[in-house]
Write a protein that binds this ligand. Structure first.
Ligand code: ATP
Ligand code: MG
Length: 236
């Protein structure tokens, strides 16, 4: 069993886009993949198919049902604000220990590759004192840090990397998902961040969800590009 935690420098940088691309690539290679996004804010049940859990389920090829949404994203809040605030607005409180236990249980149960999408940036508050970084530290999984190429993203990325490295977190790769309309060219952003960490992988702006699996996938460098000989295999 392998699990990877997908975090980001902030909200809307491309965590779900990367998760969906990676699910498609890993499934193409024949891996048995699952994904969870334990905490979601800004969740509108009327638009559930377009929500993060909806997109993850579609990429996983799983039925889109209330049970599946519940299974992969049990903490859902309506308002698109930080999770601690979103919970408070509903008279609720996130029990961080339960979020950690939920992830640990999913890791234990799944035979294959499990992707866990975080929420917002690396220190988004979950309750009065704890952030998603506390969950990441408890899980100690290899991380993918997702960033954009917007103006300011280099500093945001280096700040995030500093926080992760000071805690001896295991960073698998930094992925820069191209921000449309940015004056900063993707290649320049990658080269600059690459002076501080490696590997740094660029994800050019693509049409639709998910990008192309296989040899042309930006993830081929990390996870290989060819299905296992003899057809799809289940990793365990
Ligand atoms: N490389 C890319 N090519 C095309 N579209 C992209 C790319 N990266 C991100 N997007 C799009 O940008 C938007 C924001 O990306 P995404 O939802 O993946 O961000 P996120 O970090 O998961 O946000 P959140 O914090 O809400 O979970 C989405 O519409 C997504 O499809
Ligand atoms: Mg997302």
């Amino acid at each position: 069993m392998t699990a990877i935690f997908i975090t980001g420098t902030g909200t809307d940088v491309g965590k779900t886009f990367v998760a969906v691309s990676l699910i498609r690539h890993l499934r193409h290679l024949g891996h048995h993949v699952d994904a969870i996004k334990p905490v979601v804010s800004g969740f509108d049940p009327a638009q559930a198919a377009a929500s993060d859990p909806g997109l993850l389920l579609a990429a996983l090829g799983l039925p889109f049902s209330p049970e599946q949404i519940d299974r992969i994203s049990p903490w859902r809040f309506r308002t698109a604000v930080s999770p601690d605030l979103a919970a408070r607005r509903e008279g609720r409180r996130i029990d961080v220990e339960r979020v950690i236990a939920f992830c640990q249980n999913a890791i234990k149960q799944h035979r294959g590759i499990l992707l866990i999408e975080g929420i917002g940036g690396i220190m988004v508050p979950l309750d009065e004192h704890r952030t998603i970084l506390d969950v990441m530290m408890a899980l100690q999984l290899p991380l993918l840090l997702i960033s954009g190429s917007y103006l300011g993203s280099i500093s945001h990325t280096l700040t995030a990397l500093d926080s992760l490295f000071r805690r001896d977190m295991n960073l698998l790769a930094t992925i820069v998902s191209e921000t449309p309309g940015s004056d900063a060219p993707l290649d320049d952003v990658i080269a600059t961040i690459g002076r501080f960490t490696e590997p740094v992988i660029g994800l050019p702006r693509q049409r639709g969800q998910g990008g192309e699996p296989g040899a042309r996938s930006p993830f081929a460098r990390l996870f290989g590009s060819r299905p296992a000989p003899g057809g799809p295999q289940r990793s365990s």
